[in-house]
Design a binder for this molecule. Structure first.
Ligand code: SAM
Length: 245
């Protein structure tokens, strides 16, 4: 048993690495690309990440009394949109200080930043009305732990919405998307950030991430109720929603 634990492997893109290495490798990537992160989001998604994030906010429909925990919130797009669209305030929780610092601007007024690991949140039970995680779960080593933590910090009646890359089913669209992902995206990443590996990791990690139904099941196992998802852009991304009832 001890032997098994010592050599436990996990995906890092298409590579298999020691489970203990993943957090540091992911952290290195985000530290290295943090200054160009927002620009690369626009280039790599051809601007579509803005529309996907707006869809998340439309689904959440923030109310003036509501507080949000934006987990793996990075440069804070979701938290900012939440308060701009009527939410009371938002906390961004992220493990990487560079990502947080690069997101702080005049839109960050009703936002507090917390450095923390989503697998072990430094937050009391039943704290927030809403929780979000956009493009975070894929990067987390112990995803089940993170989902349990999100459930724990939500107030009863609270809702979690996860926006994450998912799986494209349409055969022809998938071919086109794979061509863009593998042939162009790492080169654009290299040109802009001087870090090809980070964007190679991105496209590979997307392919290794659980599909829409598998993620829905993981959320149900973490006790979320009424778990549902919708595909956006043919399933390039999916929005998963679950409630703490
Ligand atoms: N949510 C932001 C967005 O949509 O633009 C940022 C997403 S970025 C792809 C992923 C973020 O997850 C990074 O800021 C990274 O530091 C953070 N992250 C990765 N592992 C984490 C962990 N275990 N706990 C908290 N944050 C983590």
């Amino acid at each position: 048993m001890k032997f098994m634990k010592k050599f436990k492997k996990i995906d890092f893109g298409f590579k298999k690495i020691d489970v203990k290495q993943k957090k540091e490798l992911v952290n290195e990537i985000f530290s290295q690309v943090s200054t160009k992160y927002n620009l690369m989001n626009d280039l790599s998604s051809l601007g579509m990440h803005r529309m996907w994030k707006n869809e998340l906010i439309t689904l959440l429909a923030p109310q003036p009394h509501q507080t949000l925990a934006d987990l793996a919130g990075g440069t804070g797009d979701i938290a900012k949109k939440f308060v701009q669209n009527g939410g009371k305030n938002a906390h961004i929780i992220d493990i990487n200080i560079n990502m947080i610092e690069n997101g702080i601007n005049k839109e960050s007024k009703k936002i507090r930043h917390i450095i923390g690991n989503c697998e072990n949140l430094p937050i009391k039970d039943n704290s927030y009305h809403r929780a979000t995680m956009a493009f975070g779960l894929r990067n987390i080593t112990y995803r089940e732990k993170a989902l349990n933590e999100i459930y724990r910090i939500l107030k009863p009646g609270g809702r979690f919405v996860c926006l994450e890359f998912s799986h494209v089913e349409n055969y022809f669209f998938k071919k086109l998307y794979d061509l863009w992902s593998f042939k162009f995206l790492p080169s654009i990443g290299e040109f802009i950030t001087n870090n090809r590996e980070a964007y190679q990791y991105l496209v590979e990690s997307i392919r290794m991430f659980p599909n829409q139904d598998e993620l829905a099941l993981m959320m149900s196992k973490a006790n979320f109720s009424r778990v549902k998802y919708i595909n956006l852009s043919e399933g390039i991304v999916a929005l998963h929603s679950g409630w703490k009832i």
